[in-house]
Design a protein around this ligand. Structure first.
Ligand SMILES: [Fe+2]
Length: 286
């Protein structure tokens, strides 16, 4: 049996992504298996592992087999107060409130397309999300293929923006464009190339998104807004999107260098709780 067979990998019936059913992630994986998982991740951009019954520490341990786990930049104090033994690598993604205080940060309802930590100089490369509590409907995660977006752009647009940078910001919004008069001294921000080359696959990807990209440098606001709208329309084309409908026990891992993601709305009175880890990056996107 080859390592690829051991993964029991099946391409999703979608423009991207694959499901892996052959692994128990509570166990240590062999080096060959880790390599096969990483290769499958490069090839498919999003990996779905079903029926994984993982403690928070087991999620961290699995993440650490793939690379160096990141730590949330701003762990909400409330969650550490309520769950004191939560490993520092875990972020809780949830709308749940305890004594009126949110367990997670800005995790109610819909959230527009974005790339995690694109506002940092060296963003984390992977995000892993493990589903614990889910609403009866909605709260799906949509994944858009930024390689395909780059390929679909008009050649004239590609030429025009080839060496341009875009300002990425963390403005704590969920469904609003970054404000016009941003005080950059108060929020995370960094200018990255509009198009980036994935260091593992060598493929080019569009690296802007509706939620966190404030403007393209070197253009006046009107021109920048018009160009960004053109890029967002291509980057949010349903033809390049996989919409993941969560099941309890799903662990989904995606590549922030070539994927943007968004969340669909869900009933606000219902619980939604997922645990998140990341893998750190070692270089700025270029
Ligand atoms: Fe996100």
């Amino acid at each position: 049996m080859t390592t690829a067979d051991k993964l029991n990998l099946k391409k999703l019936d979608a423009p991207l992504g694959a499901e892996i059913n052959g692994l128990d992630l509570t166990k240590m994986l062999s080096t060959d298996t880790v390599d096969a998982v990483l290769q499958a991740w490069y090839d498919n951009q999003v990996l779905v592992f079903r029926d994984q019954d993982l403690t928070p520490q087991q999620l961290v341990d699995f993440t650490a087999q793939l690379g160096e786990p990141g730590r949330p930049r701003m762990p909400p104090q409330t969650v550490r107060d309520i769950i004191p033994d939560l490993p520092p690598e875990i972020m809780i993604v949830s709308n749940v409130r305890v004594n009126g205080k949110p367990l997670g940060l800005a995790h109610d309802g819909e959230m527009w397309f974005h790339s995690d930590m694109c506002y940092a100089e060296i963003p984390h490369t992977a995000t892993l999300l493990h589903a614990v509590d889910l609403p009866s409907e909605g709260g799906n995660t949509m994944f858009a293929d930024m390689y395909a977006a780059y390929d679909k752009l008009k050649l004239a647009t590609r030429d025009r923006l080839e060496s341009c940078k875009a300002l990425q910001v963390h403005d704590y919004k969920r469904t609003e464009r970054p404000g016009v008069d941003l005080d950059l001294s108060k929020i995370g921000n960094f200018a990255h190339p509009v198009f980036v080359t994935h260091p593992e696959t060598g493929k080019k990807a569009l690296y802007v998104n509706r939620l966190m990209t404030a403007r393209i440098e070197g253009f006046d606001r009107q021109e920048s807004d018009a160009l960004l709208e053109e890029l967002f329309a291509v980057g949010e084309d349903p033809a390049i999107i996989y919409e993941h409908v969560w099941r309890p026990g799903d662990l989904v891992m995606w590549d922030n260098r070539c994927i943007t993601h968004a969340r669909t709305d869900f009933p606000h009175e219902e619980r939604r709780l997922l645990r998140r880890t990341t893998l750190i990056g070692t270089e700025a996107p270029r």
